[in-house]
Design a protein around this ligand. Structure first.
Ligand code: IPE
Ligand code: IPE
Ligand code: MG
Length: 239
């Protein structure tokens, strides 16, 4: 399990940042507004962080937009989130493409409307050759689902299930594991995000609600990451 490990020592700029964008509902509640208001503000925060990642030289940004468990929210909220996602994607795709962003969607998309699945496929096809920032959007994603689909595909091919083999069949097998995970909204849990890929990720868990997470908060997260010493179970080089 060494193929994804970056070098030991001082961390620097993370190649891959993953974000659990949490706290939209509470942000709206603080303002006595419906949860939808918080999700709309959350889209603006996401746009800011995509731009800031690009500027900072981050190579991969993965945003957790909708978990498999989020299907259990009231149908009105689920359909609102889907509509907001369709609208955002439709509006943003041209400018993301112009800025050289390559878009990928990960998750179980079987239950998403055909219109959305087509939009996602078109966005991936349009931006597939771009090289500035890879933006991975996790929708309908669950870490347990990811590991299970990797294992099933190995079984189907009659191959032994080893960590390396599972690794090679995960939905983002070609990308490095996240170096830095940011979770906003104060919870100290992974909520079934990239549970395999986060094995050695540095965890930055902040109270800030996602719609309030701005360039300054992101710069703080990157500075915190840069000061980490990564050891991956080994001892520091000078010891
Ligand atoms: C995160 O914000 C957005 C999604 C899960 C889609 P929440 O909607 O979970 O907001 P809180 O946690 O209720 O404040
Ligand atoms: C995690 O947030 C999922 C996303 C941000 C998309 P949740 O609000 O769903 O997580 P829990 O329920 O607090 O664990
Ligand atoms: Mg939440």
């Amino acid at each position: 399990m060494t193929q994804h490990l970056p070098p030991l020592g001082q961390a620097g700029i993370p190649a891959h940042v993953a974000v659990i964008m949490d706290g939209n509902g509470r942000w709206a509640k603080q303002r006595l507004r419906p949860r939808a208001f918080g999700h709309q503000a959350g889209v603006k925060a996401a746009r800011r962080i995509v731009r800031a990642s690009h500027k900072a030289g981050v190579q991969v940004l993965t945003l957790f937009a909708f978990s498999q468990e989020n299907w259990q929210r009231p149908p009105t909220e689920v359909s609102l989130l889907i509509r907001l996602f369709v609208r955002t994607l439709t509006h943003e795709i041209a400018s993301l493409h112009k800025n050289g962003v390559r878009i990928r969607f990960i998750g179980n998309h079987d239950d998403f409307p055909e219109e959305l699945r087509k939009l996602m496929a078109d966005a991936e096809a349009l931006t597939g050759a771009n090289t500035s920032l890879t933006l991975v959007i996790a929708v309908g994603y669950g870490g347990q689902w990811d590991i299970a689909q990797a294992a099933s595909s190995l079984c189907r091919d009659g191959l032994p299930i080893t960590p390396e083999a599972i690794e090679s069949r995960l939905v983002v097998a070609d990308l490095p594991h996240p170096d830095l995970l940011i979770r906003t909204g104060g919870e100290k849990r992974l909520s079934n995000f990239l549970i395999w890929q986060l094995a050695y990720t540095e965890l930055h868990l902040v109270e800030t609600l996602w719609p309030d997470f701005d360039e300054t908060a992101y710069a703080e997260a990157l500075a915190w990451y840069a000061s980490r010493e990564r050891r991956f179970g080994r001892v520091p080089e000078a010891s």
